[in-house]
Design a protein around this ligand. Structure first.
Ligand code: HEC
Length: 172
């Protein structure tokens, strides 16, 4: 995927300004002979888009759906204390800024490609992402910084959670 050079300042001093963006792991040349520091702003923006469209905030950002999808960047992806109870037990959306934030980019890609969790986390959606999108997602989460506290620990099916929680059918 080639970035559109025109969106990055276009020709300067009559010289074309070519950029190759959106390709993880490749240096980013600005056409002036300067190597820009990776990650670039476009990759982070792509990650923000993937997270928003991928629905990650819906569960991993407390109060996001209720607020109509509005949350300060500083409040995003810090997990939630709202439990999801089903026959699998009770799961809590994790603080991704702590979990992903502690990994290297390559560790995350390996983890994302083999990820499998309990419901209702759509782990299959992360596996279905292109590696470029997985890397962009990583760079976005990393750009938010490590913040917040860890979500409550998973509870096995025989343990009743404290409210608030959402309950699926099939709980015995
Ligand atoms: C329907 C709610 C929901 C949505 C949507 C959702 N998650 Fe999750 N996620 C969870 C829950 C609940 C867990 C904990 C699962 C468990 O305990 O097994 C979890 C666990 C995870 C984990 C594994 C634990 C960790 O922090 O390493 C990752 C990674 C993750 N989610 C990333 C994402 C990303 C990225 C998206 C968007 C593409 C997303 N989630 C969308 C609810 C959700």
């Amino acid at each position: 995927m080639f970035g559109d050079g025109r969106r990055h300042g276009g020709a300067r001093e009559g010289r074309p300004n070519y950029t190759i963006n959106g390709r993880a792991g490749l240096p980013n040349w600005d056409g002036q002979g300067n190597r820009q520091a990776a990650p670039n702003a476009e990759q982070i923006e792509r990650g923000r888009y993937v997270v928003e469209i991928g629905g990650c905030n819906d569960c991993h950002t407390a109060g996001y759906a209720e607020a109509g999808g509005k949350a300060a960047e500083s409040d995003r992806l810090k997990g939630d204390t709202l439990g999801y109870r089903g026959p699998w037990g009770t799961t809590y959306p994790t603080n991704l800024r702590l979990s992903i934030g502690k990994m290297t980019e390559d560790q995350w890609v390996k983890y994302a490609k083999t990820l499998m969790t309990r419901p209702p986390m759509p782990w299959f959606n992360i596996r279905a992402m292109t590696e470029a999108d997985q890397r962009a997602l990583y760079q976005y989460v990393k750009s938010l910084g490590q913040s917040g506290t860890a979500a409550p620990a998973f509870l096995p099916p025989d343990k009743a959670p404290k409210p608030p929680y959402i309950q699926w059918p099939g709980v015995k």
